[in-house]
Write a protein that binds this ligand. Structure first.
Ligand SMILES: NC(=O)c1ccc[n+]([C@@H]2O[C@H](COP(=O)([O-])OP(=O)(O)OC[C@H]3O[C@@H](n4cnc5c(N)ncnc54)[C@H](OP(=O)(O)O)[C@@H]3O)[C@@H](O)[C@H]2O)c1
Length: 268
């Protein structure tokens, strides 16, 4: 009886306050991640630069799902962003238990013609911020760490050379972290979407960079949620059957051939 009472008094995983920190929550996949985690009863912290978008989303999430949605408007593409965001959240009494490193953008065109500042910002956000945020929040994560990579991670991507390389970094980094945490309860997942209907290609400035069939944000985030819910969460998952097939076949093909095909598909 005593044992039963003690068991009942203990918080279950579901009843403990869990908070998901989502970067790039002002549109696209980040907005969808925020809505889906909130629908599961998790508090969310929404981070991106556009405060008005985040505030509107936060109010909708709180009204629809009865959880707390906290807004932090911040440019993540600056050095030391992990410590900066952790301090901002500590001041609000928030300790994230899951992290979705989703903020990112792409550039398109021959590398020699690209704006060096834009490329540096791309690396700063897609790679440096993701690593820094992961390091800053990893000690308190007990739920999930999701890093958003891309099918562009699976082969060199001529005419999107830097973007593909940043996503190859994310995939490799995350698969390595998943191994390091294989015996811990933390689920570490690299999510690789193919072309998805978000604001991504508006920012890129061209749909020439879209190879394959478009998915919706709902479909892509569902892929991640299914992977998290599975008994053995994989280290990485590609969203969409045709994307899975092409990423899988690229891994079997000679690297030179994969580069030629990718270079022909990703028009300059
Ligand atoms: N859509 C696709 O086809 C596709 C395919 C593969 C992978 N992905 C990846 O999916 C992730 C999400 O992209 P998406 O498709 O949802 O595109 P999106 O709609 O353009 O969303 C990008 C998000 O990143 C935020 N962001 C951009 N720069 C930022 C900065 N300096 N500081 C803070 N936040 C910043 C944006 O918010 P603010 O502008 O308000 O800051 C926005 O919330 C990215 O990592 C992208 O590389 C997308």
């Amino acid at each position: 009886m005593l044992a039963l009472t003690t068991m009942m008094a203990l918080p279950t995983f579901a009843s403990m306050t869990s908070t998901v920190l989502i970067t790039g929550a002002s549109s696209g996949l980040g907005e969808e991640f925020a809505t889906r985690f909130a629908a599961r009863g998790e508090n969310v912290v929404l981070v991106a630069r556009r405060a008005d978008r985040l505030e509107t989303l936060a109010r909708r999430i709180e009204a629809d799902h009865g959880v707390t949605a906290t807004v932090v408007a911040m440019d993540l593409g600056v050095p030391g962003v992990g410590a900066k965001l952790r301090t901002a959240l500590t001041d609000k009494g928030i300790t994230p238990t899951s992290l979705v490193n989703n903020a990112g953008f792409g550039t398109h065109g021959r590398f020699a013609d690209e704006d060096p500042e834009r490329v540096a910002a791309e690396i700063a956000l897609n790679v440096s911020a993701l690593v820094d945020l992961t390091h800053a929040f990893l000690p308190t994560l007990t739920g999930a760490l999701i890093n958003v990579a891309s099918t562009a991670a699976y082969q060199p991507t001529p005419n999107m050379a830097v973007y593909g390389a940043t996503k190859a970094f994310v995939l490799s980094f995350t698969e390595a972290l998943a191994f390091e945490h294989r015996t811990s309860p933390l689920k570490v997942l690299a999510l690789s979407p193919g072309p998805t209907r978000t604001e991504f290609f508006d920012v890129v400035g061209s749909e020439d960079a879209a190879v394959g069939n478009f998915q919706t944000s709902e479909q892509v985030v569902s892929t991640a949620m299914r992977a998290l819910d599975s008994r053995r969460t994989p280290a990485s998952v590609v969203s969409g059957l045709s994307n899975k097939i092409s990423a899988g076949s690229v891994r079997l093909a000679p690297r030179g051939l994969a580069t030629v095909i990718s270079g022909r598909l990703l028009k300059a």
